[in-house]
Design a protein. Structure first.
Length: 169
């Protein structure tokens, strides 16, 4: 797990993102299944990269989004601003989990990209309350509104302890 948000500068975040994406692609022939979770994906593969490091990371993210599945590389793309994520990454998403969103532009764009979800359902995202979402796609072929159950884990969070990968005694 690499948490780029814990790094001090955007330059460090971009460098690490680029290095992770390129390493995953270089190791693709091992066909080791890997789920790459890109939270705040607009910071990793922006629609309009502003520097060479972002351009390299974006180029590799686009390649993984388009070709990675055949090598066992899967992406979970998360953002609050889908229009700020590179369109070639978003267009490769086969599933949608949409929570409350108020931007008419983002909703129109999502309706276009996720044409398998009826536009009327997408527009309903402006009325969602906490825990409500729209799901649709390959994993959920009949697009529908859902409500999440009560939280099972404790509120808060912490880093994974450094000892998590040590052998069991």
């Amino acid at each position: 797990m690499v948490d780029t948000g814990s790094l001090d500068t955007i330059a460090e975040q971009r460098l690490v993102s680029q290095a992770v994406l390129w390493t995953l692609w270089d190791e693709r022939l091992s066909r080791t299944p890997c789920l790459l979770v890109m939270d705040e994906a607009h910071n990793i593969c922006p629609a309009a990269p502003s520097d060479p490091m972002s351009e390299m990371a974006t180029r590799r993210a686009v390649q993984i989004a388009g070709e990675g599945r055949k090598y066992g590389l899967y992406m979970l793309v998360s953002t609050q601003r889908p229009q700020k994520v590179h369109p070639d990454v978003v267009s490769q998403c086969d599933n949608l989990l949409l929570m409350r969103m108020n931007s008419d532009g983002d909703l129109a764009d999502l309706s276009r990209v996720f044409s398998f979800v009826p536009p009327g359902l997408v527009r309903g995202a402006t009325t969602f309350r906490q825990g409500e979402a729209l799901v649709g796609g390959m994993l959920f072929p009949q697009a529908a509104y859902v409500r999440m159950g009560a939280r099972l884990s404790r509120e808060g969070g912490s880093d994974v302890p450094a000892t998590w990968a040590e052998g069991r005694r």
